[in-house]
Design a protein around this ligand. Structure first.
Ligand code: PMV
Length: 319
């Protein structure tokens, strides 16, 4: 049995989304986590993840190992239908092309692909909703108080207008557009940047509620522009306006102290190379930034990012 889940990027609204404001996120299909499960002759559940040089039987791993905990939680959930002592002997191989701890949803994608593969292989049917809820529970173990945006986009693999605690709402992309993702190569735990924003908020709620409101408005306007293409304006103008919203969102994230010199440098480099707008994406402090570019200009912006210190870039179409 094979299963797969894509990476994701947040276009607008990270951090404010933790406080109930809307955020927009889309799948990044160029990168993905893939899981293959085969029956085996050796006893136990064998896990192979060549990318992290992991080859181990499940019970030889600490129970809080991220991969082990997904499997243990799944087996616990499915225990009644699998039957006591009748766990199968399987070989489970995990491959992921999603950079870890970089804001591209690698953890959520591995969880979703793993649970999908286990549920099919072991005949324990799970709906997309079940898989999403399962992945959210796992995110909670590793990320403190996540909004749930990562697991949602990765599970449904569609553009999502996300409001914490609300039913899933997808959105349409009127005119496809191109994004260049630039990676700082710095792995930054989202848990910490989320905790730091919470400290700011606790110290001055009125101020930060205002900032989060502004970010929510940016996300709403961006959704409108993305859905309709370019409302009542020329294509180029509409595209510039969407880029301008990214720039405004980045400023708000700087205020929240979740940008970093490396991210700011890449954001600047992308704008100088002709991007309509750029911002950090995800938890911040490291990880990735994104730039809205014209398709013809994507390679130039990508090269400019590499020259400015990006460790890798991905050119992706949002459609
Ligand atoms: O770092 P990422 O891509 O997992 O994004 C986190 C997004 C935040 O809004 C900062 C946190 C959250 O749980 O929504």
């Amino acid at each position: 049995m094979n299963a797969s889940a894509p990476g994701k990027m947040i276009l607008f609204g990270e951090h404010a989304v933790v406080y109930g404001r809307p955020a927009l996120a889309v799948p990044v299909k160029q990168v993905h986590a893939d899981v293959e499960i085969l029956d085996s002759n050796s006893t136990g559940i064998w896990i192979h993840a060549p990318g992290i040089r992991l080859h181990s039987e499940l019970n030889a791993l600490p129970s809080d190992h991220p991969i082990a905990s997904v499997i243990h939680n799944f087996l616990f959930l499915a225990r009644a239908s699998l039957g006591e002592g009748r766990f199968p002997n399987i070989n489970l191989t995990i491959n992921s092309t999603i950079p870890v701890a970089s804001g591209l949803g690698s953890g959520a994608a591995v969880t979703v692909a793993l649970v999908r593969a286990l549920s099919s292989h072991l005949n324990y049917p799970m709906s997309e909703e079940d898989i999403n809820a399962f992945a959210y529970d796992i995110e909670k173990i590793y990320h403190g108080a996540p909004s749930g945006i990562d697991n949602t986009v990765v599970t449904y693999a569609k553009p999502v207008y996300f409001v914490k605690g609300q039913p899933i709402e997808t959105f349409k992309v009127g005119t496809p557009f191109t994004i260049v993702i630039g990676g700082t190569g710095i792995s930054a735990p989202t848990r910490e940047s989320v905790a730091d924003v919470r400290k700011l908020w606790e110290a001055d709620r009125a101020k930060w509620e205002g900032v989060f409101d502004a970010v929510g408005k940016i996300a709403d306007e961006a959704r409108m522009r993305i859905e309709t293409g370019e409302p009542a304006l020329s294509k180029v103008e509409g595209w510039r306006l969407l880029g301008g919203l990214m720039n405004q969102n980045h400023e708000r994230l700087q205020e929240m102290t979740v940008s970093s010199p490396e991210l700011d440098l890449l954001v600047e480099a992308a704008r100088k190379a002709g991007a309509a707008g750029a911002k950090l994406s995800g938890g911040g402090r490291g990880g990735n930034m994104i730039a809205l570019v014209e398709r013809e200009n994507a390679d130039d912006v990508s090269s400019a990012l590499i020259s400015a210190g990006a460790k890798n870039t991905i050119i992706t179409q949002v459609a």
